[in-house]
Structure formats: C-alpha cells, structure tokens
Write a protein that binds this ligand. Structure first.
Ligand SMILES: Cc1ncc(C[n+]2csc(CCOP(=O)(O)OP(=O)(O)O)c2C)c(N)n1
Length: 642
C-alpha cells in the first residue's frame, strides 16, 4: 500500500507539521494500515476504524504525551499506536513479544494509563487531573469513552465526582451506538433521543458556544427554564445537569470540525469539566465491517478483499456448549433465567436469546449489578445463571460475597474464559476465580475437564438450590463426545479416577486433562504409570479421593488453571489441618506463577507456566530421579484398589 504521509509520521510531532487537508490523507492511510494489520494479526477492528479521525485530530491538537490521552477499554487504540512511535512494530500486534492488543503503560509514554477492562478512563483521568493541579501543571487530560463503556457503574461514579468539581478535564464520548452487541440501557436510549432531537451542531454555533463566557447563574436558569418549557430534553441537558460543559453532538469523522472544536476547547477556560459528544460509526470505511452485525468488533485473521475469516475451526466452543445446554434446559424449566453483562454472543447466550428472549437479560457492562440482580431473582425462587468472563467477574467480588454467598442464595455462575486466554493477555486472563471463590463459605465450585463435563456441571448446578454454585471453563474449543449419553448431573464434591496406576497420582482440575493424558503416555516410555484423577470440584474438595491417592502413591501432583490459593491450597489445608493420618507422600501443586503471563498463543502460555504434557512428565521424572533410593520400592507398590 502506498503510505505517502504515514511513511513520514513516526510521532505526533510529525503529524503536527501537516495542513488540515493533509490530515484527511493521513486518516485514509491510517485506516488502510489498520485494516491491513488486523487482517494479519486478528484482533479488534471495528472500534479502531471508528476513531481514526478522532485519533488524528487529538494528536494533532493536543500536545501528547505531555497532555494525557486515555483510551477507555483500549481496544480502539491500534491507530493511536501507529501514530505514536509503534508503526514499525504494528505487525507484531497481539503476537508473542509484540505489541499488546490493549493499552499498556510500559509500551509507550503515549500510553499514560493501562486499559482493557472498560469504563476506567474518567476515574484515571480525574486522578491525573488532581495530580497536575497539585503540581501546578496545566497539561490537558482527555478521556475517550465509548457509549458501551458508559453503561458501567464506574463511569457514573466518575461523572458524578468530576461533574461536581471545577476541574477542566475533557471527556469525549465516542458514541457509535454499539457496544459489542447492540448497546442496552436507559443511557443508550437517552443518547439516541438526544441525537434524533438535534441536528449535528454546526461548527459556527459550536464555536459561538465555546467562545461565550459561561452564562451567569441567572441567565443559566432562564436558559434551562426555556429549554424545559419547550419540552425538549435535548442539548446535553443530562450532562450539563451533572456539571459538565456539554458540546455536541458533532460528526466524529469530520476531521476539520474535530480539529477546530478541540483547538477551541484547548484554548478556552471553561472552569468546569468538558463533555464532547462525538458521533462515530464502528467499522467506518471498511464495507464488510460496516455491514456486519457486530461491525467486526473482534475478528480472526481475514481476507481484506472479502472480509471473510481465515479461521478454519468449526469445532464447538465451550461458550456455545454452555449456551446450547442452558437453552435446552430452559425449554423444560421456566424458572431458568440467563444474565449477561454486555457479552451475549461472547458467552454463547445469543443461543439462549433466540429461544427464550423473555428470560435473557443483558444489563450492559454492569457486572456488579448483574450479580446482585441475580441474587434478587434467586430470592424469588428463580434460577439465575450469570454468565460472565472470569476476569470481568472480578469487578463484582463484593456483590458475590455480600449479596450472594452471605445470604446463601442459589445464583449459578457460568464463568467463561477461565485460565490463560492467549492473545488477549493478562488483562483478560481468568486466573483468580478459583482462589477468590474458594475462600467464600457456602460456594460450590466446579471445573469441567471436557465439554461433556460442562454439560454435566450445568445440570448439577440446576439442582443446587440452597447455595451459590459456579462452573468455570476456558476460552475456545474442547473435547465433546457426542456419543456420550451420560450427560447427567454429578454427585456434589466427588471427583473421579480416570486411569489407575501406581506410585504417582495426578489430580487435575479443569481442562489440562488432555496434557495429563499425554504426559501419562510419555511416562509409560519410562515405565512410569501414574494414576490420573479428575477433581471436578474445587469446593468442596473430595477428601475421600485425596485420602485414597495419598495412601496409595508416593507422589501427588495437583494441577489447576489458576493462581495460587486455589484448589491446591485447599487440598493442603485439608491435609495439614483436618486429616488425622499423617502422610509421607510428596505433594506438588501446579498453579500459575506469581506474575502476570504475557500475551502469546495459549499453548505457549501453558508451556511458560509448566502445564504442558512435557512439563508434567518432566516433573514426575525429576521426582523419581530425586528419590532414586526409594525408586526400587516404588516398583513393588501394589496397584491401588478402589
Ligand atoms: C468490565 C468489562 N466488561 C466487559 C468488557 C468487554 N468489552 C470490551 S469492549 C466492550 C464494548 C465497549 O463498547 P464501547 O465502549 O461503546 O466501545 P466500541 O467497541 O463500541 O468502540 C465490551 C463489553 C470489558 N472490556 N470490560
């Protein structure tokens, strides 16, 4: 592709040398570069295409990195990365050792705040603004937040706080009338109403508005009275009422208007925070994206000409199995309710929605509310299933503790994206849920080792009506035996021995079971024949099973796709504090290391954390090598009799 302008731009300072007309060309090239990049790396495309012009205008007008620019969620920041010193690395996006798919402070001085979980930008901006004011530094602070991200509680907490101050920080609403799926909620309705009741603000009237001194309180009151008397809830009234100086809506793809408005904002003293409302189009300028339902929110590698995905896999994902199973169960049980926090398709609940739309509730990016709402449903005898990614459920921890566990309410948690998630990296990894849930009284926590097991666990959780339960499963595909007709509920707190061996026992929780099976094959070449057990439950742990494994083996390894403090810790807690009989069995617990694991393909991540077949086999062989004296006696150990 010819990149006449982009070739010369390495940093925003290069951009600032160009004329307004030249910026239009830069935007075209930037758009092309973004499409070409994501077609090869996969990732988030629609959001970035929607802010091409805004990105160019912001870096043109503001003195980044001195002025702080915070991209909410950070999934729209690929064009920003290209303009801020990372153009030559953009092809490494989402690859091992390459650029991150969200905003990461350590990557660039142009990234003043790491983002990936949504709706944090106004709070972070407020913190920076306070710091700048204390330092008597007049740098601008700009938070760019989407209309989807504006559905989260955190954003309102921040607006509420910022609006009550006289701090001139700038909030830009990137309103593309899309979240991942269609946006939901009263704010979304309000923004639509605002748009339909107003023309785009003309540049003349906007500049006039900016140049006016703030209306005195009396004229302000009169102005509002007149507005109400006309029966219009337009003109940004809500944001103004919150204490912001509202400007807009303006066309977020009109660079010239954007530049002039931003320049005026930069040069004016409003004495209060500014709320600039930009209207944009997700996927803008790339036809396949504009035409698709999700505007190419997140994509695999694709063919640029056709927009066709190059992904070949047609295996079912765990999310699909969840959506299908719950939907089928809801055919026969009208008490089942499904709840999503703006991730309907991501969690497979689009399938449920097709069949039971009246029992599917998308609450927007509002994980805390989703959990407490489920608790409320449970008090009325309904069977709520809250499907949330492990990483986003972290937001709702107090609600889980206080509203659900403490009241022993039978809310069912479908925890998707458990474990390491590959290219989305540490911000999206589901590392902590076993740990943070295990510590809570009253919880039942399951982790399937296959998709059949997931089906069984969904059925099991349906029967758990006196306490909360959770089942956690990974991103992507897994083993589904369609001939297996034993997809029935399982006994609470009971694991299962899958393979009887001797000397060594592997007690696995979750989907590393495949690696365990492969490890066992590798070990058979060394005349080592471990027992393999599927723990199934992280809570309550199966004490009988643990006793049997300890009594009959010299070495026990536990494996879980999560941080320390989880299943392995519960097992040790039992052995050290409850079990009466002492054990000489050597125990190793495999869990994630005490660091965040960088983005790279999932198998490489699992190799890094020592959970591949080879790593497991090596651990066992090392045990034998370290215990060479005992090794003779191992061979005499009787096969366990269970
Ligand atoms: C706390 C949290 N929950 C869910 C998500 C998943 N998520 C990523 S982007 C997105 C939609 C954001 O919509 P919007 O802010 O309008 O940005 P757009 O993609 O439309 O540009 C969601 C729900 C997240 N990043 N953080």
């Amino acid at each position: 592709m010819s990149t006449k302008y982009l070739d010369k731009i390495n940093f925003p300072s290069d951009l600032r040398k160009l004329s307004l007309n030249e910026l239009l060309k830069v935007a075209d090239e930037l758009r092309e570069k973004t499409i070409e990049t994501v077609s090869k790396t996969g990732g988030h495309l629609g959001a970035g295409l929607g802010v091409i012009e805004l990105t160019v205008a912001l870096h043109y007008v503001f003195n980044t990195p001195r002025d702080r620019l915070i991209w909410d969620v950070g999934h729209q920041a690929y064009p920003h990365k290209i303009l801020t010193g990372r153009k030559n690395k953009i092809n490494t996006l989402r690859q091992k050792d390459g650029l991150y798919g969200f905003v990461k402070r350590s990557e660039s001085e142009y990234d003043p705040f790491g983002t990936a979980h949504s709706s944090t930008s106004i709070s972070a901006g407020m913190g920076m603004k306070i710091a700048k004011d204390l330092n008597k530094d007049d740098a601008n602070i700009i938070s760019v937040i989407g209309d989807g991200a504006l559905s989260a509680g955190m954003a309102y907490e921040a607006l509420n706080n910022v609006g009550a101050t006289n701090k001139q920080m700038i909030v830009i609403l990137n309103d593309n009338e899309m979240s991942i799926d269609r946006p939901v909620g009263a704010m979304s309705n309000y923004l639509t109403k605002l748009l339909s009741s107003k023309q785009y603000t003309s540049i003349r009237s906007l500049l006039k508005k900016i140049s006016e001194k703030l209306p005195k309180s009396i004229s302000k009151t009169l102005y509002k009275a007149e507005e109400y008397s006309k029966g219009l809830v337009a003109g940004g009234t809500l944001f103004e009422e919150l204490g912001f100086y509202y400007l807009g809506p303006i066309d977020g793809h009109d660079i010239k208007t954007l530049v002039r408005v931003l320049e005026n904002i930069k040069n004016s003293n409003f004495g209060k925070p500014i709320f600039l409302h930009c209207i944009t189009k997700k996927g803008r300028g790339y036809e396949p994206a504009e035409k698709s339902n999700d505007k190419f929110h997140g994509v695999n590698k694709f063919d640029v000409k056709t927009g066709q995905s190059l992904s070949l896999s047609n295996k079912k994902t765990y999310s699909t199995v969840f959506g299908e199973t719950l939907s089928k169960a809801a055919d026969d049980d009208e008490k089942i309710i499904a709840i999503t926090a703006a991730m309907m398709s991501g969690t497979g609940l689009d399938i449920f929605n097709l069949n039971h739309p009246s029992r599917l509730f998308d609450v927007g990016i509002a994980e805390q509310h989703a959990v407490t709402m489920a608790a409320g449903l449970a008090t009325e005898g309904y069977k709520p299933f809250v499907a949330i990614y492990s990483t986003f459920l972290q937001r709702a921890y107090d609600q889980i503790v206080h509203d659900v566990a403490l009241q022993k309410l039978p809310v069912r948690f479908a925890i998707d994206r458990a474990g390491l998630v590959g290219a989305d990296g540490p911000t999206h990894a589901g590392s902590f849920d076993i740990t943070y849930l295990s510590t809570l009284p009253n919880f039942i926590i399951m982790a399937p080792s296959s998709q059949n097991e997931l089906i069984r666990m969904i059925k099991t959780s349906l029967l758990i009506d006196d306490r909360p339960s959770a089942f956690r499963y990974p991103r992507g595909t897994g083993i589904l035996d369609t001939n297996d007709l034993t997809n029935q509920s399982i006994e609470i707190g009971k694991g299962i021995i899958l393979n009887e061996g001797n000397d060594v026992a592997i007690l696995n929780l979750g989907t590393r079971i495949q690696s365990c099976n492969e490890a066992i094959k590798l070990l058979s070449n060394h005349n080592i024949f471990p027992t393999l057990a599927d723990a199934r439950f992280a809570k309550p742990i199966d004490k009988d099973l643990i006793d049997k494994l300890l009594d009959n083996h010299k070495y026990l390894i536990t494996i879980e796709e999560g941080s320390s403090g989880g299943f392995g810790a519960s097992l040790l807690n039992y052995i050290n504090n409850e079990r009466i009989k002492p054990t000489a069995t050597k125990i190793n617990n495999l869990f994630f290391p005490d660091r965040f694991v960088d983005h790279q393909p999932p198998e490489e991540q699992y190799s890094e954390v020592g959970m591949t077949a080879n790593a497991i086999a090596e651990k066992v062989i090392k045990f034998f090598a370290d215990n060479v004296i005992d090794f003779q006696s191992f061979n005499n150990t009787k096969k366990i009799d269970l």
